[in-house]
Design a protein around this ligand. Structure first.
Ligand code: NAD
Length: 471
């Protein structure tokens, strides 16, 4: 097996993958399964070292969090791909309409060729290996560009992948924004980008020059809507878990809460109790992830000080003790003005604004006046109210009476809409994202297509007359 020394230029790696993908278009199930198995082996053998590397990247990030949020998701994804691979790969027969019979037709599923994957820093393993595994299952070659902000895990991932795969099967390119731009400018057959909306625009522009189709998994402000019918203690616990997992550095974390006016105090009390239960202490707690860098921490702190100076009430929870690295206390913000930076930017940290609404129309208007969110959460027992909200808002995905969980369901396509992204992956949706669905019609020698051939005359008119009545 050829290795991929880190000094092979990016363009040469791409060219090697491109040539290999064109030389072997029909990628057998055996080859695909073997590529997936090597990914599984890599996680099984080196999971602990990779989790340690992620911990080193963040300063504080529990290996158990990486186990559940990166590896469990990856194992579920790999299992799903392995289970369905045969069915998803084989040609899909389709019904043929009467006027084309006795022809038959099917859809041939073929690899696209070379797929590029650009990853973010927040779940550096799941969000690079997940799309890569899906693209490999679909028979593609894959190049990964992990985040430069997680240097330990990106370097280890590159080393391990280069040991496990030939460079023309799967390889890793490391570097910052310049390298990333060059990477996005390669003429991939498909490019999947996970990251911010601002960088997503640049990726879409670079890919457009090559007519490279993209999947953009972006961010945004995901609302959590609480209904009057809510069980507040249960909702607050689930919101606290979704918000504080990885200290809010999760793309589908609840960004803000919308609740009926008058329920603010009940939420504050229940959320405070929930934080206490999940994280009895913040400072020094190894389960409570640190903010990735000083720059990211300073941005979050400035969001809070700015909104406080605009008159909002700020409640920092879990105070006391000495923060290790950049651990930031969970923070509730009440009455944040709509024009504050806190309510304009994706927060991506443990700060939770709580806004009161007067009636469901008010909540729906607030959501719909803003870019379409990546996720939306609804809490309550009034199913009619839930249906009404879901049918009047558009978001990338929804979990009812919990947070985050729709991402873990392999039969649900995962992705954004509008400014939170386009295209979806996971499960069969992901397999098809990286697949050319080629329609094939097989004509019968008994076909009567010549009825439509010129010269047009009375026979043609009679056939068309009949068809007009049928169709
Ligand atoms: P980012 O956009 O800053 O960086 C993501 C990747 O893009 C990095 O690998 C970076 O090197 C690369 N990049 C930088 N400049 C580029 C350019 N000009 N062209 C091409 N690539 C470039 O995002 P981040 O800070 O790493 O991650 C946080 C963001 O990602 C948040 O907005 C979050 O919501 C989003 N996110 C979305 C999902 C999802 O599934 N939708 C998942 C995780 C994170």
């Amino acid at each position: 097996m050829t290795q991929a020394p880190p000094d092979i230029p990016m363009r040469a790696l791409f060219d090697a993958q491109y040539q290999a993908s064109r030389a072997q278009i029909d990628v057998s199930l055996v080859v695909r399964r073997d590529r997936l198995k090597r990914m599984r082996d890599l996680i099984n053998t080196h999971g602990a070292a990779l989790a340690d590397a992620v911990q080193a990247d963040f300063g504080v990030r529990s290996p158990q969090l990486t186990e559940v949020a990166d590896f469990l998701v990856l194992r579920a994804l790999l299992g799903d791909l392995e289970k369905h691979l045969t069915a998803w790969t084989k040609p899909q027969r389709v019904k043929t309409p009467l006027y084309l019979k006795p022809a038959s037709a099917y859809i041939q599923r073929q690899p696209l060729g070379v797929v590029g994957v650009i990853g973010p820093w927040n779940y550096p393993l799941q969000l690079t290996l997940g799309p890569a595994a899906t693209a490999l299952a679909a028979g593609n070659r894959v190049m990964i560009k992990p985040s430069e902000l997680t240097p330990h895990s990106s370097a280890l991932l590159a080393k391990l992948l280069h040991e496990a795969y030939a460079a023309d099967e799967l390889c890793v390119v490391q570097g910052g924004a310049d390298v990333a731009h060059e990477f996005a400018s390669l003429p991939f057959d498909h490019l999947l980008f996970t990251g911010s909306t601002a960088v997503g625009r640049k990726v879409a522009a670079a890919a457009a020059a090559n007519l490279t189709p993209t999947t953009l998994e972006l961010g945004g402000k995901s609302p959590c809507v609480i209904d009057r019918s809510v069980d507040m203690a249960d909702a607050a616990l689930k919101i606290a878990h979704g918000k504080l997992l990885n200290a809010g550095q999760t793309c589908i974390a609840p960004d803000y809460v919308l609740l009926p006016r008058g329920m603010e105090a009940a939420f504050e009390q229940a959320f405070t109790a929930a934080v206490q239960r999940l994280f009895p202490s913040i400072a020094g707690n190894p389960d409570y992830t640190a903010i990735l860098t000083e720059r990211h921490l300073a941005r979050l702190q400035s969001l809070v000080t700015d909104v406080a100076s605009q008159g909002a009430r700020v409640v920092a929870l879990g105070q006391g003790g000495q923060p290790v690295k950049r651990q930031m206390a969970p923070t509730l913000v009440f009455d944040a003005p709509a024009d504050s930076r806190l309510m304009a930017e994706e927060i991506f940290g443990p700060v939770l604004p709580v806004l009161a609404y007067d009636g469901m129309d008010d909540a729906v208007r607030y959501i719909n006046e803003r870019p379409r969110p990546l996720a939306l959460y609804w809490f309550g027992t009034d199913h009619l109210a839930c249906d009404r909200l879901l049918s009047r808002t558009v978001s990338g995905g929804v979990t009812v009476n919990d947070t985050l969980m729709h991402i873990a369901h392999e039969n649900l396509p995962f992705g954004g809409v509008g400014e939170s992204g386009w295209g979806a992956y996971h499960g069969e949706a992901g397999f098809l994202r990286f697949t050319q669905q080629k329609p094939v019609l097989v004509q019968s020698r008994f076909a009567m297509g010549d009825l439509f051939y010129p010269p047009y005359g009375t026979k043609f008119d009679r056939v068309m007359g009949l068809l007009k009545r049928w169709l």
